[in-house]
Write a protein that binds this ligand. Structure first.
Ligand SMILES: Cc1cc2nc3c(=O)[nH]c(=O)nc-3n(C[C@H](O)[C@H](O)[C@H](O)COP(=O)(O)OP(=O)(O)OC[C@H]3O[C@@H](n4cnc5c(N)ncnc54)[C@H](O)[C@@H]3O)c2cc1C
Length: 503
């Protein structure tokens, strides 16, 4: 079982499911950090808002993140500067710093119990191979007036060739923040519905969102679903990756809180501490790969555990989980209206989206109230940046094209159902069609079409999370076919195993 530390430690939620037809000014799909902070601001502006969450609040990537808040970026500020320009990189750092400050103010104003604290952010290289990266980041930081110290060692037991430290960044429990803020939303103006999956949006002057037991009619819709649901051109410019996390409970060792990023490690790229009355933990995250494009997913957890045990006095790995992020083609997220249709989205956050999610809410608050926002143009969803995007765009879309070849005859993993072991999933070729076949622990076989309902790519079995993952645009489905996340609206189509003679 995979489960994140944050979701386990945060207060539980108990919002009702939507059971009737309602009309609001703004329908927000998704109750992660983007959806809930947007709802908070828009309700305060006096808008009638409904939040529709298919699972539970912060049950998506927000609750599976590391909980770090910083003005720097995963891609490094100096890359943003070289891809764009100095003005853009400076605006990125400033807008992100404003979002972190806003989170701190919300925590203070509403006394949200989410273990928010200001901590330093460190970027380090273990060997001199990446010293140049550190050097460039130090220069860029200093150019923007960000106080950056150079270090030769860190307060955690890692090998350091060079390192940079930026004070005044922050950490919290992201699930506790989102659930705590949700309780403070003006309930007159905003209703929150959990276990309410939006399975269709009929676009029009008034958009109509369909859920299992009711509809929501709204002129404005915010798709706060991490990746927009349905088919949008932006999906060719955001690239889904999975990353792995463990929370190791320590026997001993008391390390200062901080955000520790290793710039050259492939498996252990980010570490942080977390302490409360239940224990003293170190979180280790890493092991990026494109969604649905691995043979052995479980090995990522094994590598993280080995690494944690090498560095720290680990009592046990109490939590392990995995989550998804979407890398943008030109290095910046896409936040805004999709195409003058009243549908807004916020995506392409890479692993910086707790801050970008709140920044999106700040932008939506102004855009949906007819005001200008100083950062809306920089991040606008409709931007067209062929030169800045070209390298990633070509590479990633060739990769997507290759995934479609898996639909060719003879490209299945098995030909007979008995080749699928207990607890295992395989793509089986049945009458020239690819089936996603899963045999559960009781031996019952669950059959679905292996064709992703988003854009017809063939899904891949994820052995660590027992899910079907789409290698093209990152949709993920339960072993039993239901949508977990990603742009697909509909579950995998069921197939009838009994109709097969060889079952
Ligand atoms: C391993 C990892 C670590 C990370 N660590 C950090 C970090 O330390 N700092 C940082 O800034 N960023 C981090 N990120 C990125 C960050 O977590 C995300 O960018 C951010 O949480 C996205 O928030 P969101 O609200 O947009 O999406 P989500 O939190 O994914 O919320 C989307 C919600 O939409 C709901 N939904 C989807 N479809 C439907 C539907 N059809 N109907 C109704 N509801 C629907 C989902 O159930 C979900 O709850 C990390 C990412 C990963 C993968």
């Amino acid at each position: 079982m995979t489960r994140s530390l944050w979701k386990a430690k945060a207060q539980k939620t108990n919002y009702p499911a939507l059971k009737n037809n309602i009309t609001v000014d703004v329908a927000i799909v998704g109750g992660g950090i983007t959806g809930i902070t947007s709802a908070y601001f828009l309700a305060k502006e006096g808008k009638k808002v409904a939040v529709l969450e298919s699972h539970e609040l912060a049950g998506g990537t927000t609750g599976d993140s590391t909980g770090n808040l910083y003005k720097m970026v995963d891609k490094r500020l100096h890359h943003i500067q070289s891809k764009w320009d100095e003005k853009t990189a400076r605006a990125v750092a400033e807008s992100r710093a404003a979002a972190v400050d806003l989170i701190e103010n919300l925590v203070k104003e509403h006394e949200i119990k989410c273990d928010f604290k200001r901590v330093p952010w460190y970027l380090f290289s273990e060997t001199n191979k990446k010293d140049e990266t550190i050097e460039k980041e130090i220069i860029t930081a200093k150019d923007y007036g960000i106080k950056a110290d150079t270090l030769q060692e860190l307060p955690i037991p890692v090998q350091v060739s060079s390192a940079i430290k930026v004070e005044g960044q922050a950490q919290f429990n992201p699930a506790a923040f989102v659930r705590g803020l949700a309780e403070k939303i003006d309930s007159e103006n905003c209703h929150i519905y959990e276990h309410t999956n939006v399975h269709h949006i009929e676009k029009g002057e008034d958009h109509v969102l369909s859920t299992q037991h009711g509809t929501v009619t709204a002129k404005k819709v915010i798709l706060a679903t991490h990746s927009p649901k349905g088919i949008y051109p932006v999906q060719t410019a955001i690239y889904p990756h999975r990353e792995y996390a463990i929370a190791a409970k320590l026997n001993s060792g008391d390390y200062p809180d901080g955000i520790y990023w290793d710039t050259e490690a492939t498996f252990h790229t980010s570490m942080r501490t977390f302490k409360n009355h239940t224990g003293n933990y170190v979180l280790v995250l890493g092991g990026h790969h494109k969604v649905g494009q691995e043979d052995n997913y479980e090995r990522f957890f094994e590598k993280l555990e080995q690494h944690a045990r090498k560095l720290f006095d680990v009592a046990e790995i109490e939590y392990k989980w995995s989550a998804q992020h979407y890398k943008p083609a030109d290095g910046l997220p896409y936040i805004g209206e999709s195409s003058d249709d009243g549908i807004y989205f916020a995506t392409g956050f890479s692993t910086d989206g707790l801050t970008y999610g709140v920044l999106s809410a700040m932008i939506f608050k102004d855009l949906l109230s007819g005001r200008e926002n100083e950062w809306a143009e920089l991040y606008k969803a409709k931007r067209f940046t062929p030169i800045k995007s070209a390298k990633n765009y070509i590479k990633e879309n060739i990769n997507v094209a290759k995934q479609y070849l898996k639909d060719l005859p003879g490209k299945a993993e098995a030909e007979r159902f008995y080749e699928v072991g207990i607890g295992e999933g395989k793509v089986v070729e049945v009458d020239d069609e690819k089936w996603a076949v899963y045999k559960d622990e009781t031996g019952q076989v669950h059959c679905h079409s292996a064709v992703c309902t988003h854009m017809d790519c063939i899904v891949d079995w994820n052995d660590a999370e027992k899910s079907w993952d789409c290698p093209c645009h990152g949709s993920r489905f339960e072993a039993t076919g239901d949508v977990i996340e990603g742009p697909a609206f509909s579950p995998l189509d069921k197939r009838d195993v009994k109709s097969r003679k060889d079952s």
